[in-house]
Write a protein that binds this ligand. Structure first.
Ligand code: PLP
Length: 383
């Protein structure tokens, strides 16, 4: 990142006064999808685009995935599905992971959105809707194989499979479950969940199995079933702890300096005076804070980078600004408008997440609305 990053070039929109520049490389995203789809073979790869495509903008992300050949999309909330349905080709499937809430059945059936049925109450809602319409409605059926989050217990699944009217009026598109520990390849919970998935899947032998998230795609091929559901790895996150990123980074974030100063030893820095300069310090204030998704718990912990130099966060992260210790840079190196890197070649998404005691997912889905977002379009696919 250098100062010219802030200047307006012909091919990008005006900054409209934005102090942060968030770039989203849709070409890298497409390459990540294609690599995951190859890895999944002979299974197919869906795409999880919940939470606005992990904060990156589902309206930009979905068309790129469609062009790359993705035909199955997952969101979490029904409201997200309603928003994306018009963007997704008619021959594609759009699943809602959290399934139906009472009152959503009619719109869900009208729009062709496919609910993931997670429990007996949701099954009852969908069966009743099919009965009202005197038709058959599509659904996914989820099992809880060991996470205690969403899905039928194995006992419920067995009872359902044994009841000839259990799924009357419902056509099962897929049966699915979700791995709790796929980011830890050695965790025995993975094999336990796989064994349970195999038991539950065998109850519905005609129905394709959908099992692996990003991490699961990097376990053994047994976890892949017929359809995989990667999310984070599409967006440049690392699928398993400690692994070298098999994909390409998608996001960079740089933020402008709005003021610099030098303070003598003994000066209190930021809210609460949580840091007191122990020597003369050069400081720079950048124009982003926790309201922009930079976690407040990075106070006195994380860092930004400039020309490869680490600039520790000094004092508390404020709502709209962060003070950096820039003593390591030559005097005058930073000036009003200089851009420092928060996510990029020097500081990965995983690094900033680790400093904040969180995961890449939370950093991405918290990315603020005040940044100028620049989408880099993919090159046309070769015929
Ligand atoms: C979010 C989610 C995914 C995607 O997981 P990643 O770890 O981001 O690949 C897949 N399946 C379910 C049920 C999810 O909730």
């Amino acid at each position: 990142m250098n100062d010219t990053m802030r200047s307006i070039s012909a091919d990008v929109p005006s900054t409209l006064g934005a102090a942060g520049l968030l770039t989203i490389d849709l070409g890298a995203l497409r390459d990540n999808y294609l690599a995951l789809a190859r890895r999944a073979e002979p299974a197919r790869a869906a795409a999880v685009v919940k939470a606005d495509a992990y904060g990156l903008g589902a309206e930009k992300v979905v068309p790129v995935l469609l062009e790359a050949g993705c035909r199955d999309f997952f969101v979490a909330h029904f409201s997200e599905a309603l928003k994306l349905r018009p963007l997704i080709a008619a021959d594609c499937r759009l699943f809602v992971l959290n399934g139906l809430l009472p009152g959503d059945e009619q719109t869900c059936a009208d729009t062709g959105i496919i609910p993931v049925l997670n429990g007996l109450e949701q099954i009852a809602l969908w069966k009743a809707e099919a009965r009202r319409r005197d038709t058959v409605l599509p659904a996914a059926l989820q099992f809880d194989t060991g996470m205690s989050r969403l899905g039928l217990s194995l006992d419920e699944a067995k009872a359902l499979a044994a009841d000839p009217s259990g799924l009357e009026g419902i056509h099962l598109e897929i049966v699915m479950s979700h791995l709790a520990c796929a980011d830890e390849p050695e965790n025995p919970a993975n094999t336990a969940q796989l064994a349970n998935m195999q038991i539950a899947g065998a109850l519905f032998p005609q129905t394709p199995v959908c099992f692996s998230n990003s991490g699961g795609l990097f376990l053994t091929p047994d976890y892949r079933g017929a359809l995989c559901r990667p999310g984070i790895a599409l967006y440049g996150g690392v699928p398993q702890n400690g692994m070298e990123n098999p994909g390409k980074p998608v996001v960079t974030l740089s933020v402008a300096v709005v003021q610099t100063r030098t303070v003598p030893a003994g000066t209190a820095i930021g809210y609460g005076g949580s840091l007191v300069a122990d020597k003369p310090m050069r400081l720079a204030v950048i124009s982003a804070g926790y309201a922009d998704g930079i976690p407040r718990c990075l106070s006195n912990r994380g860092a930004a980078y400039y020309n490869g130099v680490r600039l520790p966060i000094a004092g508390r992260v404020s709502m709209d600004s962060i003070i950096l210790d820039v003593t390591a840079l030559p005097e005058g190196a930073l000036k009003l408008g200089s851009m420092v890197e928060l996510i990029g070649p020097r500081q990965t998404l995983e690094q900033i997440a680790a400093d904040a005691g969180t995961i890449s997912y939370e950093i991405l889905t918290s990315l603020g609305k005040r940044y100028r977002r620049v989408y880099r379009n993919p090159q046309p696919l070769k015929a």
